[in-house]
Write a new protein. Structure first.
Length: 63
């Protein structure tokens, strides 16, 4: 649910998640890919999803 919220709205819900995640849409795509990889049993999708979640945490927003 958080991944869909971040992807569609471009922001994170709650108090502490917006402070941790710099790129919510990127984080949301990564979270959804990790969920899909669980259902498909794909290690490649899991790796890409984890990478996108990490990038969502560390990339600075484009201004």
């Amino acid at each position: 649910m958080l991944g869909v919220h971040a992807l569609l709205l471009g922001r994170m819900p709650g108090r502490w998640l917006p402070r941790l995640v710099r790129q919510p849409r990127l984080w949301g795509v990564g979270a959804l890919l990790m969920l899909v990889s669980w259902n498909v049993h794909s290690l490649l999708l899991l790796t890409v999803g984890v990478g996108l979640v990490v990038l969502g945490h560390v990339m600075k927003p484009a201004r």
